[in-house]
Every structure is written in structure tokens, then in C-alpha cells.
Design a protein around this ligand. Structure first.
Ligand code: ADP
Ligand code: MG
Length: 342
């Protein structure tokens, strides 16, 4: 009789153990925003209630919106000095700016060195010519001599960042900054920093291909991130992440067509034309700003040199060459599990 009771108790314990995880009081919620960084933002997170989720989303959104305004090179906003203001003040005088601008500009200068100039946030003059043609979409490319003239005003040494006085100065009147290659990744880092103070136990933020993941789900698994294949339908690979960023640059995201040929938005500072080595580069690493900077820079860098930069940075990288060949470095090999295609 006694052993029967013990067996029943054991069975009960086992049932409880099986049921408990699914009884977790945290549920998964999702929210979309359409007004940040010219792309779609998705926030996914585990919270105890929808009101906890909403409250946390507001905190995240406020930070993202501040970053969006600070790093906007094309619009001004009342009451703040942003990248547009810095550009407007080029050659005039230093401008006092938010500490986030100082931090990201200093980091951008480091990434310029690390990538041997492939990532150059001071390339605004050249990028603007391409942006104009893309937006007008009149079957026209920027003029060669205009590109060359603009390239004369892209020297990153003319970007003077003074941390002490929290000010920025562009020495060349015709120079301008464009933070498009790095700002979304940095915004992801800002979200990572504030997530512990929110009511989310685990979260994923996708800023148009810049994904950050935080924490483990209630079942203790990470977030499963699928990276679309640039060559057709479906995923190129999937990777399980927690506390990692997955950032992709591709030639299919923003482009325009001239005489049947596609011209995308990642511009090689050497040739002043869109990079032609790869059609997609994905970077997986802890730091979003670094991942974003690398995804753009490695898109423009020969594979061998790119591998060196990736390894030195401790990032996992997957490249898809324009002929469709897929390459990955050692860390990517270790991190990615489902890729029988690659
Ligand atoms: P996305 O912004 O589509 O996620 P990227 O992170 O690769 O893609 O950034 C591309 C943007 O970065 C361009 O739209 C442009 O504003 C800027 N950019 C393009 N080429 C360069 C470059 N060589 N260095 C710095 N910024 C660049
Ligand atoms: Mg980038």
C-alpha cells in the first residue's frame, strides 16, 4: 500500500514538472512601428501582461525615436541638434550635441580605421548624389565628375569630435555625415542597455534587418532568427541567439534601376559606385553598432581581408557572393546550426 502511495506521488511530481513550464506566467507579445529609421520596427517580448508589454514598448520606442532623430541627416527637429544640424554647420563652428552623437561618431572613426576606410560616415557628399538619383528614379546615374568632386569632401579627418565639450565640427564646408550604415545597430545597443529596467524577461527588436535579442525565453531557449536567402525563397540559415545581434546588409534592400541594371545603396569609397563583390553579408555579434558597421564595410571588402577583419572583431560573418557562393568564418560555423544549404 505504502509503495503504491509513493508511486502515485512520484507520478504526480512528474506530471507537475511537465506541466509547470507551459504554465509560465509570461506570454509572448508583439508590436510594430512604421515611423523609425525609414523602415519597419518589430518588438517581440515576454511579459506578465499586455499592459507590462505596452509599458516596456513605450520605453523602448522612446529611446529608438530619440536615436532616429539624433542620427537623421536629412531632417531637423525642434529643440535638438542632430546630424542634420551638424552638417548644416559644416565649416562654420562647432556644435554642441547629445552624448550619443559623440559616442557613435568616436566609434565610427574607430571603425573607419578597422575597416581600412570601407566604412566612412563622412562620405555624405557622395552618398547624397546616389540618394538623389535613387529617390528621383529617373533612369539616371550620378555624373562621374560630380561624384569625383564630392569625393574631395569625404576626409574623415575633417570630422572633429570633442568629448570634453560634447561638440562636433566639420572642418570642410562641403563635407557631410551620413550615419545610415551604423545608426540602427547603435540604436539596438541602446535598447539592450535599457531592457533590464523594463518588464520584459526576454525580447527581440528587429529594425529593418538589424535584429537584437535579449535574454532567454521562458523555456530557456534563445530566439530563432532566420536570415532570408538573397537568391530565392526561404531562409539561407537559422541561428539561435540570446544577447546577440544579427545584422544583414543586402543589395536588394534599397536600389534603383538604370537601363535595366540595378544600383544599390552600399557605396564603395574607392570606386564611388555600389559594391559588386557580394549580394548579402550577415554579421552576428554582441555589439550592434559594430555589427552594423561591419555588415556594410565587409560588403565592400575582398573576402580574404574581410575574414581577417571579422576574426579580429570576434564576429560571426556569412557572405553571399554575387555568383551565389556562400562563405562563412569559423565563428559563424560554430553558431549556425540548421544550414544544410550552406
Ligand atoms: P541598411 O541601412 O539598409 O540596413 P547598411 O547598414 O548596409 O544597410 O547601410 C547602408 C547605408 O549606409 C546607406 O543607405 C548609406 O546611407 C550608408 N552608406 C553606404 N555606403 C557607405 C559606406 N561605404 N560607408 C558609410 N556609410 C555608407
Ligand atoms: Mg550597416
Amino acid at each position: 500500500m505504502k509503495s503504491k502511495i509513493v508511486s502515485v506521488l512520484l507520478l504526480l511530481c512528474l506530471c507537475l514538472l511537465l506541466v509547470l513550464p507551459s504554465c509560465s506566467s509570461f506570454a509572448l507579445y508583439e508590436k510594430f512601428y512604421y515611423d523609425l529609421f525609414d523602415t519597419i520596427t518589430v518588438i517581440r517580448g515576454y511579459a506578465k501582461s499586455s499592459s507590462d508589454f505596452e509599458e516596456s514598448c513605450n520605453t523602448i520606442y522612446n529611446e529608438l525615436q530619440t536615436c532616429h532623430k539624433l542620427f537623421d541627416a536629412y531632417n531637423e527637429y525642434e529643440g535638438i541638434n542632430n546630424i542634420f544640424s551638424v552638417n548644416k554647420n559644416a565649416g562654420v563652428s562647432p556644435l554642441t550635441v547629445d552624448g550619443r552623437i559623440i559616442e557613435l561618431l568616436e566609434f565610427s572613426k574607430q571603425m573607419y580605421e578597422k575597416t581600412d576606410g570601407a566604412l566612412n560616415v563622412a562620405m555624405g557628399a557622395v552618398l547624397e548624389l546616389w540618394r538623389d538619383c535613387r529617390e528621383k528614379n529617373e533612369n539616371k546615374l550620378p555624373y562621374e565628375d560630380e561624384l569625383k568632386e564630392a569625393a574631395e569632401h569625404c576626409d574623415i579627418n575633417g570630422l572633429v569630435v570633442d568629448k570634453e565639450s560634447s561638440s562636433v565640427y566639420l572642418e570642410d564646408r562641403n563635407m557631410s555625415l551620413d550615419m545610415g550604415a551604423i545608426a540602427k545597430g547603435y540604436a539596438c545597443d541602446r535598447v539592450t542597455a535599457l531592457l533590464p529596467s523594463t518588464k520584459l524577461t526576454a525580447a527581440l527588436v528587429n529594425l529593418g534587418g538589424n535584429v537584437m535579442t535579449y535574454g532567454e525565453k521562458p523555456d530557456e531557449s534563445g530566439w530563432n532568427i532566420g536570415v532570408n536567402s538573397p537568391l530565392g525563397e526561404g531562409n539561407l540559415f537559422e541561428v539561435e541567439c540570446s544577447d546577440l545581434c544579427v545584422i544583414t546588409s543586402g543589395d536588394y534592400q534599397r536600389y534603383f534601376v538604370v537601363d535595366g541594371k540595378r544600383y544599390h545603396h552600399i557605396i564603395d569609397p574607392e570606386t564611388l559606385y555600389p559594391g559588386s563583390l557580394f549580394c548579402q553579408v550577415t554579421v552576428i555579434c554582441e555589439n550592434g553598432a559594430m555589427g552594423d558597421a561591419l555588415s556594410t564595410a565587409l560588403f565592400l571588402t575582398e573576402l580574404e581581408k574581410g575574414m581577417e577583419i571579422a576574426d579580429l572583431s570576434g564576429a560571426a560573418v556569412v557572405w553571399v557572393a554575387t555568383d551565389g557562393t556562400v562563405y562563412k568564418n569559423q565563428r559563424a560555423e560554430e553558431l549556425i546550426f540548421a544550414g544544410d544549404e550552406i
